[in-house]
Design a protein around this ligand. Sequence first.
Ligand SMILES: *Cc1c(COP(=O)(O)O)cnc(C)c1O
Length: 378
Amino acid sequence: MTGFDTRAIHAGQEPDPRTGAVVVPIYATSTYKQDGVGGLREGYEYSRSANPTRTALERSLAAIENGERGLAFASGLAAEDTLLRAVCRPGDHVILPGDAYGGTYRLIARVCANWGLDFTPVPLGDLDAVRAAVRPETRIIWCETPTNPLLGVADIAALAGIAHEAGARLVVDNTFASPYLQQPLALGADVVVHSTTKYLGGHSDVVGGALVVADAELGEQLTFHQNAMGAVAGPFDSWLVLRGIKTLGVRMDRHCANAERVVEFLGEHPAVAQVLYPGLPSHPNHEVAARQMSGFGGMVSFRLRGGEEAALKVCGLVEVFTLGESLGGVESLIEHPGRMTHASVAGSPLEVPNDLVRLSVGIEDAGDLLADLTAALA
Ligand SMILES: *Cc1c(COP(=O)(O)O)cnc(C)c1O
């Protein structure tokens, strides 16, 4: 199975051997009958350790990211926490993006820091700044590309080089791009992180997270921690993400096409001061994005000439776009990062401009999205 969409539909999901069911069942069970003490069927013992619906999802995740092992968690942050505590020890150091996802920053700065993890936020687009921030204790360079909500782009291959030279690992949060548009492991990353809540689930009906690794030994270490820490994805949540992944390719094509229309529209609108989108030739790292992504995604941010007041007003006036946090679902969402998703980083180095509006452009008819923005910006 070499094509992405074929893997997304079939990998890890052979028809059920007993009934021929084409769709992997939801194995709503906590435990498994043993054939004599220790006589496990296919290794299933207890559903924190493994559950067949989750196994199918984990194989699918590994296949679509071209990794050795995939692991599914209760949320993106549960995946991140498990990774950080598996790989880092007190006294270790992490480099993270200067505009990291707010929850990632909060986890590192306000939870892990209490356990002795040191960290430095760095603008990852500036490779010299990244090199300068590396220390002997640096265990992880944490990369998001594109970033949230400023749509910054980092060079994955270059960062992998810097990380490996320093004996550290490169972790890429691939939530915004999705594996359909960007394959970090092929570019040298060691670990891919996902909030499957977003594009992989794709329908705003589940919270979940994932890790995918290139190295079998790290895969074993993370599997141990996944079971020891217990933040696993349940069978129903796993099933929803598995179902979402099957249509990832067609959804992403439409997200990208609609986002392009929105970007074009906003770029010509007199109320808009700046549009942030990796597909724009004016984006400072457009060339890197064009090299490492096969499309530029459905996330678009823009700044308003009228400042915060105008930004809040647009958020309140739209009707097709739904005012809400999160992203990556079929429905278009709008939000004000400064007051919503990024409120927790106010006053920190990660604070975002208050005239900024972020769109998760959905897969509705583009004409309706443009009409909605036209009315809200008028
Ligand atoms: C949402 C998100 C997360 C956190 O995932 P949850 O599923 O909400 O825990 C991490 N990184 C990025 C880029 C996100 O958008």
